[in-house]
Design a protein around this ligand. Sequence first.
Ligand SMILES: NC(=O)c1ccc[n+]([C@@H]2O[C@H](COP(=O)([O-])OP(=O)(O)OC[C@H]3O[C@@H](n4cnc5c(N)ncnc54)[C@H](OP(=O)(O)O)[C@@H]3O)[C@@H](O)[C@H]2O)c1
Length: 248
Amino acid sequence: MAHVLLTGASSGIGAALAVEFARRGYDLGLIARRAEKLEEVAAEVRALGRKAAIAAADVTDREAMETAIASLVAELGPVDIAIANAGAGGDTSASQLDADASSAMFRLNVEGVLHTFAPVLPDMVERGSGQIVAMSSLAGLIGLPGGGVYSATKAAVQTLMQSFSVTLRPKGVAVTTINPGFVRTPLTDKNSFPMPFMWEVDKAARVMADGIERKRRVIEFPWQLSFALRLGRVLPAAWAEALLRRMR
Ligand SMILES: NC(=O)c1ccc[n+]([C@@H]2O[C@H](COP(=O)([O-])OP(=O)(O)OC[C@H]3O[C@@H](n4cnc5c(N)ncnc54)[C@H](OP(=O)(O)O)[C@@H]3O)[C@@H](O)[C@H]2O)c1
């Protein structure tokens, strides 16, 4: 059966995606740092009649990721769909910039994506099939006030995936970027600011899995926030800035 490799599978969107793909008949290779949480998700996958294998690894550690992915491939076979979902957000102050925290966010949100795809891409290209999927964010469309570093990491992922799509699609490898708005997960549970058009995680996982199965280039929701932020991108810079200042 087709093997979906998924990082950040121990909670939130990743855990919901694992269960959704198991329902659709896929086997799951699950990566995150907390092995006990991964075991709980694996048990849900197995209860749905699919195979699940887990590997505890930190996505910022390149060698650990190579080892983890090799062990999942040994158990479940070649990866058909690799989903780089592990990530974290958080406010970042521009006036008191924390360089260490900012670097850590780049390592997790950007290098973590590269460490997920690098071990699987040579095999996908050789087979002329497969799909890589990165979890970006609507926050990557524009520099959100108070979240500049997070926005920058997610913009980096979008740019990377656009480039990969140009070169990999002709080789038979599909490339998908997911830009969600607010989804109720442990990550957003920490936020105290208003989160308009919040989606429940099961609905988000269904929409994401639909788009991934259709090999869509970009999956983006909700349309209301997507429209507003994409409009912000085409406005003159000073107008966009005035709008973002009001939002704040
Ligand atoms: N929720 C939203 O509204 C929203 C919106 C847009 C984009 N996103 C993106 O969606 C993704 C998932 O977020 P979520 O909301 O589901 O958050 P979450 O519930 O906090 O899940 C984050 C996942 O990433 C894993 N993770 C974190 N650091 C890791 C590391 N260094 N190595 C390996 N795994 C690591 C966590 O597992 P361990 O702690 O066990 O390692 C966990 O499984 C993120 O990339 C986030 O930026 C979320």
